[in-house]
Write a protein that binds this ligand. Structure first.
Ligand code: FE
Ligand code: ZN
Length: 482
């Protein structure tokens, strides 16, 4: 097929092909290319791996699975992922476009809320009468507490600025304390008499973008997805025997109910920190069992290769993995984890949005928990509280300038555009399961014992807890391997 025709078709279908995917499709006979393209509908970014996998299925290459299991690995649709699409050159103007994109996306969410209709731009405030009620939307430039205990939030929009006052006695104070710099908020309040400087508003209500519930429309029959993270392979504290027990359960070596459950597993999701990495924290080398990053991934692949073939393994990186630290992180690359690619794992970025048989999964390692803990004083041992906070703000790393480095992409992929059915994080090394507006929140714990770093931080990890979710109905079974 001619490249122009292919591109046209892709554009009509709303697909964004990587250059490699396009080159690959171009070489196929037109009917094959057409068949593959038809199967891609609904996806956004399409890599060559996705195309070749579909082609393989199209050509009916026999799979090595036991007859009781589905004939092919179910397709995982990747709805959102930076991998292969990074536009970042690290220039100042890129940061400006990143923040502009963040503002626009979240402001449009806020504008759709009836309570915030209509809003006025901040630049129009100086022309308004004191006492007049206004609705505004802005990005938080700064937050401070006055000596009298009032909270003042500096808001900015593309053309103006205003100071929002939350009085000490106001019932808004506790929620105002949750405001982070760089997040986007709506405020309802009254214009305050101007004493020069930027215009001020007395806040009556603060509105976060929030998420609305999403319907659970999973498969017709029970299908199980297993959620893990923070293996830290290569660390002396990697709990290999615990992890091997988990693997033997997956291989169906359990008894009764456990075995039944394992037989229904079709997906294994790993939300980062597959390996311990190198040079991640001071004197980490003293706590490494494998000091070579390549060997850490080789060993990880050796262990993971025991996972039965009928299970689709999806791996996204964390702050310990060998990929850029700035978020969004692309997938752990072939150069360092080649075996994962040979094993056919779905290598995705962090964060990443996937569709598993109708269930929308948002995976995020959880680096910004560090900022929520430092800036807002949120307890580190309650990861699902932090996950809820991120969903309210509809942003996975709302605060810029802390632990979470952001890559200046021209689109803010850390914005949560759509509510997920399942929000999966790690990083905390503490298992957590909760619910927020019908969304299932899972923090999958760890397979690492307590490191010196955690001792310093006062963290008591909960290793070996594994949530297993029935995608048909959202029911969670928590397994514990010791
Ligand atoms: Fe970790
Ligand atoms: Zn981590």
């Amino acid at each position: 097929m001619k490249p122009e025709d292919l591109l046209q078709k892709a554009m009509n279908a709303g697909l964004c092909l990587t250059p490699e995917a396009l080159a690959f499709l171009k070489e196929l006979p037109p009917d094959k290319a057409d068949a593959v393209m038809n199967q891609l509908s609904g996806q956004i970014f399409v890599t060559q791996e996705v195309v070749s996998e579909l082609l393989r299925r199209e050509e009916g290459v026999p799979q090595q699975v036991s007859p009781a299991l589905p004939p092919a690995k179910p397709a995982v649709r990747i709805l959102k992922d930076i991998t292969g699409k990074s536009s970042c050159r690290g220039e100042l103007k890129d940061f400006i476009s990143l923040f502009r994109d963040r503002f626009q996306r979240l402001a449009s969410v806020l504008k759709s809320r009836p309570a915030l209709n209509p809003t006025v731009p901040l630049s129009s405030l100086p022309r308004m009468e004191p006492g007049e009620e206004v609705r505004v939307i802005g990005m938080v430039a700064d937050k401070r507490e006055t000596p009298q205990g009032h909270i003042v939030v500096e808001l900015e929009d593309p053309a103006g600025r205003a100071s929002v006052w939350i009085f000490k006695s106001s019932e808004l104070t506790s929620s105002a304390r949750e405001i982070l710099p760089d997040e986007v908020l709506g405020v309802i309040g009254r214009v305050r008499e101007s004493w020069g400087g930027s215009p001020s508003i007395f806040a009556r209500e603060i509105l976060w973008p929030e998420l609305h519930p999403r319907a659970w429309e999973g498969p017709e029959e029970p299908v199980y997805a297993v959620f893990i993270s923070d293996l830290h392979i290569g660390s002396q504290m990697f709990l290999e025997s615990t992890f091997r027990k988990f693997l033997s359960w997956l291989k169906g070596e359990g008894e009764g109910k456990l075995r039944e459950l394992a037989e229904g597993v079709r997906y294994l999701l790993i939300a980062g920190d597959v390996t311990d990495g190198i040079g991640i924290y001071p004197q980490q080398e003293r706590e490494l069992a494998i000091a070579d990053i390549f060997k850490q991934y080789e060993y990880a692949a050796e262990l993971l290769s025991e996972i039965p073939d009928h299970i689709t393994v999806i791996i996204s990186p964390g702050n310990h993995d060998a990929v850029r630290a700035a978020e969004p992180q692309p997938a752990i690359p072939k150069e360092v984890a080649g075996r994962f690619y040979e094993l056919g794992y779905q290598m995705v970025g962090n964060p990443c949005v996937l569709d598993l048989e109708g269930i929308r999964v948002l995976m995020y390692h959880g680096r910004s928990f560090d900022d929520l803990a430092t800036v807002l004083g949120m307890p580190r041992d309650k990861p699902t509280n932090m996950m809820r906070m991120l969903l309210r703000k509809r942003h996975l790393s709302p605060f810029y300038g802390g632990k979470t480095a952001l890559a200046p992409e021209n689109q803010d992929l850390m914005v949560v555009d759509e509510p997920p059915n399942i929000f999966h994080c790690g990083h905390a090394h503490i298992f957590g399961e909760s619910e927020y507006k019908g969304m299932l929140l899972l923090n999958s714990g760890t397979f690492q014992g307590r490191t010196s770093y955690m001792r310093k931080q006062g963290i008591n990890p909960t290793p070996g807890y594994v949530p297993v979710v029935n995608l048909q109905n959202g029911k969670v079974t928590v397994l514990h391997f010791a």
